[in-house]
Design a protein around this ligand. Structure first.
Ligand SMILES: NC(=O)c1ccc[n+]([C@@H]2O[C@H](COP(=O)([O-])OP(=O)(O)OC[C@H]3O[C@@H](n4cnc5c(N)ncnc54)[C@H](OP(=O)(O)O)[C@@H]3O)[C@@H](O)[C@H]2O)c1
Length: 235
């Protein structure tokens, strides 16, 4: 199973039921692997206890760090891969989306607070940081954004999205960009001084998202996404 938007944690169904259904399909030979998308640490643990998870697909990139608090340590502990979506900041980290860029009608990025015109202006230092490192490697800022993810852990593999062959080729070449410890330190130090403006997603979607940016806020606490087995379902 390839994790994707349809695999986000269902607030109406205990994750054990979902994992159990996938387990049945795996036993029947109809499914090879189990993945979750935008899952928090507690949900990952509960699902993994029923059917081992192969990969988790959460948003993760240089400027969107939610998984670092909880999800990455859990994936490391349980031996689960992380395939970050939005690794290019939905295009912003490539430096090709400026405050002047107009998103087409129907482009979902119109609804993202981090890509509102003012936020694009305020967040530009993130792009400049990547551009500085990229210049030393004769690379693009987008390639550095991908190389940064590839350098985190061997089991973190970004999945950039594109509609253009030339962009896909450029993104693949990010595997050739070998960031040095100094490069990685510069990105971390630089990013620590930048306060990203605007949430990564709309408020309505984030309210439904089982990310658990803080320990204990996923699944069991906070917004109580993925009810426990036998628990009264959320209304
Ligand atoms: N699990 C989930 O909930 C979830 C949510 C969203 C997305 N996803 C998946 O994750 C994947 C990636 O996420 P994403 O597409 O949202 O974000 P992304 O990979 O961070 O950014 C994609 C954007 O960057 C642009 N881009 C890509 N390569 C570029 C390059 N070399 N130079 C300049 N611009 C470039 C693309 O435009 P062009 O088409 O012009 O290249 C596109 O607008 C997608 O395959 C998507 O299916 C999963």
């Amino acid at each position: 199973m390839t994790p994707g938007p349809d695999d986000r944690v269902d607030p109406e169904v205990p994750i054990e039921d979902v994992a159990g259904a996938v387990k049945d399909l795996i036993v029947a030979g109809k499914v090879l692997h189990f993945g979750l998308s935008e899952a928090g640490g507690a949900t990952i643990r509960r699902a993994h206890a029923v059917q081992p998870i192969t990969a988790v697909q959460n948003e993760y990139s240089v400027w969107s760090r939610d998984p670092e608090m909880e999800v990455i340590p859990v994936c490391e502990e349980l031996g689960i891969g992380l395939v970050p979506w939005g690794p290019l900041g939905k295009g912003y980290l490539t430096g090709t989306i400026t405050p002047r860029t107009t998103f087409r009608e129907g482009d979902l990025r119109r609804m993202l607070p981090c890509l509102a015109t003012e936020a694009r202006r305020a967040n530009w230092p993130v792009v400049e940081l990547l551009q500085r490192v990229a210049a030393r490697h004769q690379a693009t800022p987008g390639q550095v954004a991908l190389a940064w993810l590839l350098a985190r852990h061997p089991w973190i593999v970004p999945i950039p999205g594109t509609t253009k062959i030339s962009h896909m080729e450029q993104n693949v070449q990010a595997t050739e960009v070998a960031l040095t410890p100094a490069d990685l330190g510069e990105i971390e130090d630089g990013f620590a001084r930048i306060e990203v403006q605007g949430a990564r997603s709309s408020e309505a979607i984030l309210r439904q998202t089982d990310v658990g940016a803080k320990l204990g806020t996923s699944s069991r606490g906070g917004h109580r996404l993925s009810p426990l087995p036998g628990e009264k379902r959320s209304s």
